[in-house]
Design a protein around this ligand. Structure first.
Ligand code: B16
Ligand code: MG
Length: 217
């Protein structure tokens, strides 16, 4: 049966979390409070809007609608400055190995990310040509754990949802993949991604034989 593979971006293909952190920290500091790397963990896989809501809860700050909108823009302007010089050296280990293996086997590949900056990032690191479909924060109305992003990706690949495999580093992302009836592969701490069907610390632990088995399943 036809298979499709869907990749999350931040934490799976590249580690943009560190740049998101710098941009959110800058905003927090401007608003007069601290924001730690530990708190940044709460932001992984979460939409920009929800991140700002959480940030303001952390800083116990109220915002008018006007301020909220401005801070969303300010954060993104800073984030874009931080990622300006990203290149292929920032691709997480062995991601290209898996993408190339899928391409060699004519398996359709999609991106399923909450980020509205996903496409330019893939372009910067040189991975855009691998992707047959890109579904990101610009295309969905419901955030993970809602399965919308992955269901739309399957549709764009013209593959049944239950024939898709999803790589995710966030709990909400794994839940979204499971809700979409897809095979969920957790990338990161297995004690955190407990709901994933398979767990790996990173792609160096994923063999082409494992991918082949998934394709043939
Ligand atoms: P942007 P993913 C997510 O990416 C990040 O993990 C999350 O921290 C970020 O807030 C979200 O994208 C939105 O990003 O501000 O660029 O639209 O893990 O879903 O690829
Ligand atoms: Mg992620």
């Amino acid at each position: 049966m036809k298979k499709g593979f869907i990749f999350d971006l931040d934490g799976v293909i590249v580690d943009t979390a560190k740049y998101h952190y710098l941009a959110w920290k800058k905003l927090a500091n401007q608003l007069g409070f601290e924001f730690t790397e530990e708190q940044n963990e709460l932001f992984k896989g979460v939409s920009r809007k929800r991140c700002l809501e959480i940030l303001l809860e952390i800083g116990k700050r109220e915002a008018t609608q006007e301020e909220f909108d401005k801070w969303m823009i300010d954060k993104n302007v800073d984030y874009l400055e931080f990622i300006k010089n990203m290149d292929a050296s920032e691709i997480l280990p062995d991601v290209p190995k898996v993408l190339a293996f899928l391409k060699e086997n004519n398996i359709p590949i999609a991106l399923g990310s909450a980020s509205k900056n996903a496409k330019p990032i893939l372009e910067k690191v040189g991975l855009l040509p691998y992707f047959d479909a890109i579904v990101d924060g610009n295309h969905v109305t419901k955030a993970k754990p809602d399965p919308e992003v992955f269901l739309l990706a399957a549709k764009q690949l013209d593959v049944n949802a239950d024939e898709c495999v999803v790589f995710e580093d966030a709990v909400a992302g794994v839940q979204a993949a499971n809700a979409a009836q897809m095979i969920s592969i957790g990338i990161g701490d297995k004690n955190v991604l407990t709901e994933a069907q398979f767990n790996f610390n990173d792609f160096t632990e994923i063999s082409t034989n494992f991918i082949k088995d998934l394709i043939e399943k």
